[in-house]
Design a protein around this ligand. Structure first.
Ligand code: ES4
Ligand code: ZN
Length: 324
């Protein structure tokens, strides 16, 4: 099974670039940029990676992301992930970035987006990996700040395929961003949103009805509402599920209690993704393997996840057909 999964051509749809910041690169960039980290060694940093919930993780994730400051830093981060994709046989990836983490602390939007897009272009030219870039709004910040960020993204319309919504879910429902998402859709961006990770099934309905999203990120709490599961099946609205992330953040007690295989069997268009692999201890192949082993899946069942990801991607229908 391990060999089958690593050889399987895969598509990743839920990956935060800042969540691929490995401890080694974090220390290198901290030194390069004269940032003082509150950890004396890579080991003590890794020892802090014990998250009891989403907020505990986000606190560490935002702190780590502050070592990223120059265009070259964003290039190096992105290109390191793409090299990892090559090793993992990921042929196409749609990646998130959080420009507001960086603009809030004085790094210009152009520095961030410029470094990321230059690496994505080099990744396609040199490694043959195609990609899409998804700009996320931080949902714990205001609507005005999201609008300001969207205005900057419009100048990169050719490089950004979609906008998304991430960060602290509780108390920040999708409806808060209804107007920004309408503006984004009218400009021609696709839309996605994190919903139903820690938040209830109502947040998933909010992402569907208020934000009119093309995919739901996580969405695992849909199981609490049978009508919602029916809706997801009927409309084949994709969920980008992140199994190891969900276990690390205590969304599920362990992988054997995860609902992804249940959802697959009910006909939901579920996909497997790695979320923040540098923090959650596993890139895409390890997420596939954890699910395959816990549920004793056949190769055919495992391949379904990869077929679903091709379907759920923002690739053109022509390109999807070439991959299927
Ligand atoms: C995230 Cl796991 C998760 N949930 C919400 N927002 C995020 N940003 C980065 N990882
Ligand atoms: Zn995520």
């Amino acid at each position: 099974m391990k060999g089958f999964i690593s050889g399987l051509p895969k598509v990743e749809l839920h990956l935060h670039l800042e969540g691929t910041l490995e401890p080694e690169l974090m220390f290198t960039l901290a030194e390069r940029n004269n940032v003082i980290l509150p950890y004396s060694s890579i080991e003590s940093l890794k020892a802090a990676y014990q998250f009891h919930d989403l907020q505990a993780f986000l606190d560490i994730y935002y702190q780590g992301a502050l070592v990223l400051q120059t265009e070259q830093d964003f290039y190096d981060l992105t290109y390191a992930y793409l090299k990892r994709c090559k090793e993992e046989h990921i042929i196409h990836t749609e990646v998130f970035f959080d420009p507001q983490i960086h603009t809030q602390t004085g790094t210009p939007f152009d520095t961030v987006t410029g470094g990321v897009t230059r690496a994505l272009k080099d990744g396609e030219a040199n490694l043959g990996i195609t990609s899409g870039l998804i700009m996320c709004f931080l949902r714990d910040l205001s609507e005005d700040e999201a609008i300001e960020t969207l205005k900057q993204a419009i100048l990169y319309k050719d490089d950004i395929v979609a906008v998304g919504l991430d960060s602290s879910e509780s108390g920040n429902p999708p409806e808060k961003f209804e107007r920004v998402f309408a503006m984004a859709r009218n400009t021609g961006f696709k839309t996605v949103a994190h919903a139903g990770e820690e938040g209830s099934a109502d947040y998933i309905w909010g992402a569907i009805n208020a934000l009119k999203v093309d995919r739901i990120d996580h969405g695992v709490r849909c199981s609490d509402d049978p009508k919602l599961v029916d809706y997801l099946v009927e409309h084949q609205l994709p969920l980008t599920v992140c199994p190891l992330s969900n276990v690390q953040l205590n969304v599920f007690d362990d992988i054997a209690h995860h609902n992804i295989v249940d959802l697959l069997k009910q006909g939901v268009l579920v996909t497997i993704n790695s979320d923040d692999p540098a923090y959650f201890g596993g890139y895409l192949n390890e997420n596939y393997l954890a699910v395959a082993e816990a549920f004793d899946l056949t190769k055919q069942e495992v391949a379904r996840f990869s077929e679903n990801a091709i379907k759920a991607s923002f690739l053109s229908d022509e390109k999807k057909q070439l991959l299927q």
